[in-house]
Ligand binder design. Structure first.
Ligand SMILES: [Zn+2]
Length: 404
């Protein structure tokens, strides 16, 4: 939380000035607490008590209301500085871990790819930074989903242009943007070399690929060298559905590819990959799956009963039989983002893979839904504050190596 970190820093320096004031109440420290912070229950325990009693608020406004409104205010009644709750608060803000909000799913593209038919937000870094500030998001992770790419260029050229852009944008806004390397899983040596080069030359922290390319899915033997490379590079791999998805022939109306085609494609691709032994061969992959992993949080029971009955040929063939344990256990190795605008889906994801494997995401840009609403899909879920901290930023920081 950008605002919170600054204020926490001010809090620490006030402590320094009053060196001997340890153990005494601080006076008139200005605090700014983003709306979702109070919803997460990040406040040190003594302040929460004060908030409930309405004691610590700014003049005329109970603290609880002030916090819920995300307002900035001064209070003369902060608890003693050596209060354990307050220390924990400062400590987490200093480390930039517990209080950092990271949006793991968005898309920006180079301005040179401008197309008047594309959502304009994907060309507008400044617009994204403003939206971050408004919503209290610190870092946005962006990648190439191969949905708005320039025409007339080959894949390698597109990858190279995107990777340069990702590196430059990340270098220009290191506190607010993290670009992922663009790649293709079913590719020749040139693509693999560019992937490796972009990670090592630009020090980018992860890769984004599509869940399928022209009907070829992640279980394709042609993807083996790619997964070997990702394992060697030891970076997280974001799996994002493509423009043309499974079932495209029946999705010509409305915007069905976007609304149902994409989650279906992710579901199919990861299921094929797991069943074909992908996570047996590459157990160390950290796969972040878009849109809450499609239907995967709903399916472990169904996939497991299929596995349990796999030798019963009256239900049809099951080959190759390469999984050594039930599919649900591989699903628990996956990471799901929270892009759903549906709190029950987020809760289902958490109950399926655990709070350590769910990452806040928004798909903004291009999806022009205010970040605040995407955050609410996490903060409104009945989870502990510790779980919400992990989902809002802690897990992404850990996976992307942003916490050091
Ligand atoms: Zn997306």
């Amino acid at each position: 939380m950008r605002g919170l970190s600054k204020r926490a820093a001010a809090f620490i320096s006030a402590e320094g000035r009053k060196g001997e004031g340890r153990g005494r109440p601080m006076s008139a420290v200005r605090l700014m607490v983003p709306t979702h912070l109070s919803a997460c229950g990040h406040l040190p325990a003594p302040w929460q008590g004060g908030a409930q009693a309405g004691r610590l608020g700014p003049k005329g406004v109970p603290l609880r209301e002030a916090l819920l409104g995300g307002r900035s205010f001064e209070t003369p009644e902060l608890p003693p500085i050596d209060n354990p709750g307050v220390r924990a608060y400062i400590f987490s803000a200093q480390k930039g871990q517990a209080s950092m909000v990271i949006d793991c799913h968005s898309h920006l593209v180079p301005k040179s790819w401008y197309d008047s038919k594309s959502p304009q937000a994907i060309f507008n870094i400044e617009g994204l930074l403003e939206e971050q500030e408004k919503a209290g998001v610190d870092i946005t992770v962006f990648g190439n989903n191969w949905i708005r790419n320039p025409e007339g260029k080959d894949s390698l050229e597109i990858m190279k242009e995107f990777n340069v852009f990702a590196a430059e944008a990340t270098a220009k806004y290191p506190k607010h943007l993290v670009g992922l390397v663009s790649s293709i899983p079913f590719a020749d040596d040139r693509i693999l070399k560019e992937t490796k080069r972009a990670i090592s030359d630009y020090k980018l922290k992860g890769i984004m690929v599509n869940s399928s390319v022209n009907g070829e899915y992640l279980d394709s033997p042609r993807a083996t060298p790619f997964f070997e490379l990702v394992t060697e590079l030891d970076v997280p791999l974001f799996i994002h559905p493509p423009r043309v998805t499974i079932g495209a022939e029946k999705m010509e109306i409305f915007r069905l590819p976007e609304m149902v085609g994409r989650p279906f494609d992710t579901t199919l691709s990861l299921t094929r990959f797991i069943f074909a032994g992908g996570l047996e061969k590459f157990p160390n992959l950290n796969l972040i799956c878009a849109h809450v992993g499609g239907a995967l949080p709903l399916l472990p029971g169904r996939l497991d009963f299929g596995y349990e009955l796999r030798k019963d040929m009256s239900f049809g063939p099951w080959e190759p039989d390469v999984m050594t344990r039930p599919p649900s256990s591989y699903i628990r190795q996956l990471y799901f983002d929270t892009v759903s605008l549906h709190p029950p889906a987020v809760l289902c994801a958490v109950q399926t893979v655990g709070a350590d494997h769910v990452l806040f995401g928004s798909d903004f840009p291009p999806v022009p839904i205010p970040l605040k609403r995407s955050l609410e899909a996490v903060t409104s879920v009945s989870l502990s504050s510790e779980e919400k901290e992990k989902i809002l930023g802690g897990n992404a920081a850990r996976l992307l190596g942003l916490s050091g």
